[in-house]
Design a protein around this ligand. Structure first.
Ligand code: TRP
Length: 334
């Protein structure tokens, strides 16, 4: 008899390729934070995944890993409730990845949409390496090694989870039931544009980072793209699709203020300066506690590192138990 119902498990990871920004906050971290109330959460720094494309310059990965972990804590991820860890400190992921490679047709990986898309988009990088092709299979190992029920991801990652389930079924056909089939947990958030209204991305330099100080936030908001047809404050403007209002909707909790600004903007009765000053104030109010927790974490680098090492130890304990089952299933028991 099962005495207590174990909480279902969530696993998700992020590649440590740079500083985290508002897109990561609304697209992932806010959701990760909420999920802690309901699930047994494992969140990790996917440093091996970073290597699949950053193999030529690996020097910044560990610094980003630590900085990102501080952002996670800043955003509300609680290392007491969730297991935070570093992928490469749990080498069992690599062992499972290797075994999954034995049963995964290359064609399954070649047809994952992100594969050809990324190769085309990142044309300045040589992504013809085997590791990049294997990216979604390593991701499969990441989640099934913890019996994850749910994987919070953006919609671009849904095909990766489809692949994961197909690989799990194939594994079960050969060796019997071992894994849980993971399901994506889509983050229901509108996509935030960058400051220049292109896709938000650090490579475009159009982000507001979680660690940006208040004056930098003010400066960046001042430079934000608005309705280009609105050359003066008394010209009626368009609110829909206007980044400044998308941000107001996402970050300004004062709904009355936002509605008032929209009404006056549409009527040509408010200047950009007022709209942006109020947006910067709302953003800074939202970022203040994040910055504070982030700075406190970074002020004690030894403790931050130790937390990740300890989390990795806990994760490894679970991963090792799964690998015991896996080795039995594939009959590699000596
Ligand atoms: N591919 C994910 C991304 O780019 C990162 C990732 C690696 C991940 N392993 C994972 C996400 C396992 C969820 C589960 O966002």
């Amino acid at each position: 008899m099962v005495a207590v119902t174990a909480r279902r498990r969530v696993v998700s990871g992020m590649r440590p390729t740079g500083r985290l920004h508002l897109g990561h906050l609304v697209g992932a971290l806010d959701n990760w934070t909420r999920l802690q109330d309901e699930y047994d959460c494992f969140y990790f720094v996917a440093d091996w995944h970073a290597l699949t494309s950053e193999y030529a310059s690996t020097g910044d990965i560990t610094a980003h890993a630590i900085d990102n972990a501080a952002d996670w804590i800043g955003a509300g991820i609680d290392p007491e409730r969730s297991t935070l860890f570093i992928q490469s400190l749990v080498p069992e992921h690599a062992e499972l990845y290797l075994l999954l490679q034995m049963i995964t047709p290359v064609s399954w990986l070649e047809r994952v949409p992100t594969y050809k898309e990324q190769i085309a988009q990142l044309s300045e990088k040589d992504l013809s390496n085997l590791g990049f092709l294997g990216y979604p299979l390593l991701q499969t190992a990441d989640v099934v090694i913890y019996d994850a029920n749910f994987v919070p991801v953006g919609d671009d990652q849904v095909p990766h989870l489809e692949l994961s389930r197909e690989v799990v079924r194939r594994f079960h056909n050969f060796y019997g039931e071992v894994f849980v089939e993971p399901q994506p947990l889509l983050t229901p958030t509108p996509r935030l544009p960058g400051l220049d209204n292109r896709k938000m991305s650090k490579s475009y330099g159009n982000t507001i980072d979680l660690g940006d100080p208040p004056d930098v936030v003010v400066k960046k908001v001042r430079q934000m793209y608005t309705d280009p047809k609105r050359v003066r404050a008394d010209v009626p403007g368009t609110v829909e699709g206007n980044p400044v209002f998308i941000y107001h909707d996402a970050f300004n909790p004062n709904r009355d203020e936002v509605e008032d600004l929209k009404t006056r903007y549409r009527a040509g009765k408010v200047g950009d300066v007022e709209v942006k000053t109020k947006l910067a104030a709302a953003l800074n109010a939202r970022l203040d506690p994040i910055r504070e927790r982030r700075a406190a974490a970074l002020a004690r680098p030894g403790a931050l590192r130790e937390m990740l090492v300890e989390g990795s130890r806990r994760a490894r304990h679970t991963a090792a138990a799964t690998m015991d089952r896996v080795r039995d299933a594939v009959k590699l028991r000596y």
